[in-house]
Design a protein around this ligand. Structure first.
Ligand code: ADP
Ligand code: MG
Length: 251
């Protein structure tokens, strides 16, 4: 069913999306719908196009063809910063926190009013910002560490801090690319809980290949392969799909 040209209740409606790099289609006529309050997990073998899909949604890469609508607004021609302003947050695989600043400062500078570090130095801390920092710090489990220098956090805590920095902007769509890479077992469990907390009231897309983790968080799973969608549904359904088994055994 195509919704081209019509309004929908989806947070994100991607239709017939393609991108080619030197003739190679990394995303190939892909159609995907994400609900407003859902946590969608995207899995698939290396090179399936998962990261490229996020690049297309956040505007880092331009689509060759097709449509990406966020709350019914066409995004494909909007630059990256305009998509951020509309409520799209994306976490990359390597964290980009300010190591020399405290956890508190990292969150504070991410509040939409104080976008640059320099701007935030002169930025008076209002009650609204303080309140937001407190809420986010609790959501990411760092409320007891606000004064700590970010560089001293564990690898997992740095990842949560970066998620917190995105949450400061109250995104309506949050995208995380392999958020538990390099984390300890305990940190993985805490991240699963964190994701369940933060997907309330927003759409979240998580790319992950750790199946134990996917099982913990997933409601609906999308399997990508060669730039296309191979299967979609509950974890149980996709795990037992012969096409999916084939692709994973083939790797
Ligand atoms: P995944 O995240 O699923 O492992 P990627 O989206 O990173 O896969 O990559 C999909 C394919 O697109 C790969 O073959 C990759 O080499 C290619 N690719 C991704 N980005 C670019 C780019 N900017 N230029 C050329 N090829 C790219
Ligand atoms: Mg990737």
């Amino acid at each position: 069913m195509s919704t081209l040209g019509s309004n929908t209740d989806f947070a994100l409606a991607i239709e017939d999306l393609s991108v080619a790099f030197d003739g190679f289609k990394a995303i190939d006529a892909l159609t995907l719908y994400i609900d407003r309050n859902e946590l969608r997990v995207i899995i698939g073998p290396n090179g399936a196009g998962k990261t490229t899909l996020l690049d297309l949604i956040c505007g880092k890469t331009r689509a060759t063809e097709g449509s990406i609508k966020f709350k019914n607004e066409e995004l494909t021609r909007l630059p990256e910063h305009a998509r951020v302003r509309r409520g799209i947050g994306r976490k990359f695989q390597t964290p980009s926190i300010y190591e020399n600043l405290s956890v508190f400062k990292n969150l504070e500078v991410s509040y939409p009013l104080g976008r640059s570090v320099l701007g935030a130095m002169f930025f008076r801390c209002t009650d609204a910002v303080l309140a937001r920092v407190q809420v986010v710090a609790e959501e990411i489990g760092l409320a007891g560490m606000l004064e700590m220098e970010a560089g001293l956090l564990s690898h997992g805590q740095k990842q949560w801090l970066e998620i917190g920095m995105l949450l400061m902007q109250e995104p309506e769509l949050l995208m995380l690319d392999e958020p538990i890479a390099g984390m300890s077992a305990r940190e993985r469990d805490l991240t699963a809980e964190l994701l369940k907390r933060i997907c309330k009231g927003r759409a979240v897309i998580v790319i992950e290949h750790d199946m134990d983790f996917v099982e913990k968080i997933a409601d609906k799973v999308t399997v990508m392969h060669q730039g296309r969608i191979l299967a979609e549904g509950s974890m149980d359904k996709v795990q037992n799909d012969p096409k999916v088994i084939d692709v994973y055994l083939g790797h």
